[in-house]
Design a protein around this ligand. Structure first.
Ligand SMILES: [Zn+2]
Length: 252
């Protein structure tokens, strides 16, 4: 069986001289692993196109052992600015690991692929602060991966706005100050601004997703919400997140 698809390389593992296995977030089949033979010829377009964080067009076939093999590949976007900045590279690798965790297998992953490509583009071209791009990606990824939080209003009295609105990461709901009790459980004070930004991240059209600005203080609060909500649904610790935080601490 042969097929063509476009996709983003989210993991690259060398297995022996010239051969490697790559994990690709494809448009048509979600996350797949595929062998690449003869990947050390630096002049071959296939070598560039199968590198980590490269968006490419792939021709793939299934061999008799049931393994995917890259027949041919051509890079469409290599995100060069990300490779020249260690903070951005670290965040991109975290995005890739999140995709590997949350994107479907053997199913269409168009929405997650578009979100990831858009986020990498924003990151590469300094369109928004790096911390804010991280928040937007985390919350939107959860929303399109089956964990959409319910941010319409307080989960008890349904009030839409409150100066003291709280997010409940365990249930993905909001609760206002009047309804919150000591039995409410883990909560993060989000207030009006951050609550509205969270709504934007979850409910807006993809082409408007990155069209806003936010103060540094509110971005910090949003970051607590999105990282907590994201890691809560992971079944393992992500080393790429630790690495990103170490790099950010060093550069502050
Ligand atoms: Zn309430």
């Amino acid at each position: 069986m042969n097929f063509s698809t476009d996709g983003l390389v989210i993991r690259e593992q060398r297995i022996k001289e010239g051969d490697k296995v790559i994990t690709i977030l494809t448009r048509d089949k979600g996350v797949i692993r595929s062998f690449v033979n003869g990947a050390n010829n630096i002049k071959s377009p296939k070598t560039t196109a199968t590198g980590l964080i490269t968006y490419s067009q792939f021709d793939i076939y299934l061999n008799s052992k049931g393994n995917y093999i890259i027949d041919d590949a051509h890079a469409k976007e290599v995100f060069m600015p990300l490779r020249q900045d260690i903070d951005k590279m670290a965040l991109s690798q975290y995005f890739c690991e999140l995709c590997e965790q949350f994107a479907p297998r053997d199913a269409n992953a168009e929405e997650i692929l578009r979100l990831t490509l858009n986020s990498l583009y924003m990151l590469a071209h300094n369109k928004l602060p790096i911390e804010l791009i991280k928040c937007i990606f985390e919350l939107r990824l959860m929303s399109v991966s089956g964990y959409m939080p319910d941010l319409v209003g307080c989960c008890e009295c349904h009030i839409y706005e409150d100066d003291n609105m709280y997010f409940l990461p365990d249930s993905g709901q909001l609760i206002c100050k009047s309804c919150k009790t000591e039995n409410t459980g883990r909560s993060i004070l989000t207030g009006k601004t951050v609550t509205n930004v969270m709504r934007h991240c979850v409910y807006s059209e993809l082409n408007k997703l990155f069209s806003f600005t936010l103060s540094e203080k509110s971005t910090k609060t949003l970051g607590v919400v999105t990282e907590n909500y994201c890691t809560l649904h992971l079944d393992k610790h992500l080393n790429t997140l630790d690495f990103y935080k170490q790099i950010r601490n060093l550069s502050e």
